[in-house]
Design a protein around this ligand. Structure first.
Ligand code: SF4
Length: 357
């Protein structure tokens, strides 16, 4: 707001705290002030300015029980320093809305827009067990009938908080599991190890919450052995949705600095989206990684247990069946258009999101 006011009044940008800006040929940094740790003084996000909100915004078919869906960032920042993660946007200082403000946002979205599921998109929703418990207790005390999903680190969950979250409508937790190799976890500067991940996912399943496992393939040090470990790990834990990213050294992450000037491919700027290998660890090629990528996902999703799970979800919840039907019809129509235009093949190359779906 201070920047906007300065631009409007034509006043000196040097007086806007914590601003990095270009001044002719120079990059200037204006002195900062302590970050406000509580965000409550900010107005609610202007959801009313989003065209056709919330109906135009649809996550993957099986990523929510009942729509419409909206997102809330209940906090900003993450104090951890995983080497692959670019935290330069929100930084390491955690700021948050109070549980009351988050609850009010949920009620507002529910009553004004009919939203029935919230996706919390915080870097680390479960940064504080106390705040999470307070939010859950508010939801339960007011009987708010909404479901929600969030992110957590495996070392921040315990059975008691998971059970409370389930009661308060938590439907899915995304855990950054990354790999089935302790060596790689250590190299990533992740504090937890595979055993901890296994325990957290087990507790989550016992609480009746679904786990979405976030994995990556191709981190420095990856080899045939670690890939086999990841594949086996993903298959033995109680998890039915696996999101596998192709390791991308994002600028801003510590690993980018380590790898800069090595064999990152020249055109990497266009391909930095987690869907392309722009770098391969020693002894492996991008083609090999791509082959493993397909194999891991295929082996994971083709299992009977996973098939039964999605069939059960589809049969139990007519919303899922409808979404699947709509997606199938859309896909068939696209295919038909492609054939009629003489191009054959698929219009859209399948992505991890499609595979999730
Ligand atoms: S991966 Fe998650 S826990 Fe690690 S630094 Fe990034 S946001 Fe924080």
């Amino acid at each position: 707001m201070e920047l906007l006011a300065a631009l409007e009044n034509g006043s000196d940008l040097a007086n806007v705290p914590e601003l990095i800006y270009r001044d002719s040929a120079f990059i200037r940094v204006s002195p900062g002030k302590p970050i406000n740790r509580v965000l409550d003084e900010l107005p609610f996000p202007a959801w009313d300015l989003l065209p056709d909100f919330p109906r135009a915004y649809k996550p993957a078919i099986y990523d929510y029980p009942r729509g419409p869906v909206a997102t809330i960032a209940a906090s900003r920042g993450c104090p951890f320093h995983c080497k692959f993660c670019d935290t330069s946007t929100f930084g390491a200082t955690v700021r948050h809305y109070s549980p009351r403000a988050v609850f009010d946002m949920m009620v507002h979205l529910h009553e004004t827009y009919g939203v029935r599921h919230i996706m919390f998109v915080d870097d680390l929703f479960l940064a504080s067990k106390v705040r999470t418990a307070e939010l859950c207790n508010l939801i339960l005390a007011h009987g708010l009938k909404m479901t929600w999903s969030c992110t957590a680190r495996v070392d921040t969950v315990k059975p008691d908080i998971l059970q409370l979250m389930k009661k308060a409508g938590c439907w899915e937790i995304s855990f950054g599991l990354e790999t089935g190799s302790d060596d790689l976890l250590q190299q990533m500067d992740k504090a937890a190890r595979v055993e901890k991940s296994e325990q957290a996912v087990g507790w989550t399943a016992q609480a009746g919450i679904r786990t979405k496992g976030l994995f990556m393939l191709g981190y420095p040090g990856e080899d045939e052995h670690t890939i086999a470990q990841t594949r086996a790990f993903a298959q033995r834990i109680p998890m039915t949705i696996m999101n596998l990213t192709k390791f991308t050294p994002y600028p801003g992450s510590p690993i980018y600095r380590d790898l800069y000037g090595t064999n990152i491919r020249e055109d990497h700027w266009d391909k930095m989206n987690g869907m392309n290998f722009v770098w391969a660890p020693e002894g492996m090629s991008v083609e090999e990684l791509d082959r493993h990528y397909q194999q891991i996902l295929t082996a994971f999703y083709r299992r009977a247990r996973v098939g039964h799970h999605y069939l059960g979800m589809t049969l139990r919840n007519p919303d899922h069946a409808l979404r699947l039907l709509r997606c199938g019809l859309g896909f068939a129509a696209a295919k038909l258009r492609s054939v009629l235009s003489g191009r054959g093949g698929l219009l859209v190359k399948p992505t991890a999101t499609h595979l999730d779906s």
